[in-house]
Design a protein around this ligand. Structure first.
Ligand code: GLU
Length: 287
């Protein structure tokens, strides 16, 4: 049987201007698709109403074009798909796998006993309790979900075969109090809706894939392969471990480079060749 044509995507959240690290992520996704004559999609993950900024969407398109990247099909706005995300959550509710949670951050901090990939692991306070669902967050009952799904594996093109460990996260939030869905649920559903066959993203999201693989199993979604690439990092001024680039720490925005008439295609080619600006390098390994 012929393999599915490769489809990748770049899925930035329009919360801040794109910087060099985003350029690198977009180039990895774009080149991974083009290498196999595949398709490269652009999806704007704009479900976080409080943080998303519409003017950054236009800038993103201009920045990618400036880097010489082309994408296939219309730009997808994740916010247009929230109805489908909520409907999937309703299915999980009907399966008895979600429960409402009214805990505040400080209550969680006071009761939590371990850390997971996203910080403190929710201690399960509201699980099995009668909680007012109005305005609540909805959490996945991780134990029940894993029991239903059984042992799951997934494949990363760089790190190889993985056994899914969503338990590391505990009972993750799938419907947020302050947003219509959540990253885990929306990204998983949209990758399926977009027919993505190779999910490329930074190694900082490696662990999130454990949760996404579980959601795919619960919702009967196709299973892509993943390609978690190294992040661009810089030295920490205090001598601590290298940290990923961030605009708020002074990594120049791509729009500023563009406004200064830098050659975007030359910059993209330099990144491809591993020629990074002084003090920046591609971190090794998986975080
Ligand atoms: N929207 C996410 C971000 O900007 C990326 C999501 C993904 O690639 O899965 O960090």
């Amino acid at each position: 049987m012929a393999a599915d044509p490769v489809r990748t995507r770049f899925a930035p959240s329009p919360n801040g201007p794109l910087h060099l690290g985003h350029a690198w992520a977009a180039i990895v996704a774009h080149d991974r698709a083009r290498r196999d004559c595949g398709q490269f999609l652009l999806r704007i993950e704009d479900i976080d109403g409080a943080r998303s900024r519409a003017e950054l969407i236009e800038q993103t398109l201009d920045n990618l074009a400036w880097l010489g990247l082309t994408w296939d099909g219309p730009v997808v706005l994740q916010s247009a798909r929230v109805g489908g995300h909520v409907a999937a959550a309703e299915r999980l509710k009907a399966m008895g796998l979600l429960y409402p949670c009214q805990c505040t951050r400080s209550e969680i901090a006071a009761a939590a006993t371990r850390h997971g990939p996203d910080g403190l692991v929710y201690p399960g306070t509201c699980r099995g309790r009668a909680v007012d669902p109005a305005g609540a967050a909805w959490r996945l009952d991780m134990g029940a979900a894993m029991a239903l799904a059984g042992v799951l594996t997934w494949h990363d093109e760089i790190a190889g075969e993985q056994t899914a460990r969503p338990d590391l996260f505990g009972d993750v939030v799938l419907l947020r109090k302050d947003a219509p869905s959540s990253y885990h649920l929306s990204a998983t559903l949209d990758d399926a809706a977009d027919g993505i066959t190779v999910v490329t993203r930074g190694a900082d999201l490696f662990a999130a894939t454990h949760v996404h693989r579980l959601l795919q199993a619960l919702l009967g979604l196709p299973v892509p392969v993943w390609h978690h690439h190294a992040l661009l990092v810089e030295a920490a001024p205090d001598g601590g471990p290298p940290r990923k680039l961030a605009k708020r720490r002074g990594s120049p925005a791509l729009s500023d480079r563009r406004a200064a008439h830098e050659d975007g295609r030359a910059l993209a080619d330099a990144l491809r060749a591993g020629r990074f600006p002084d003090g920046v390098w591609a971190g090794t390994g998986v975080t």
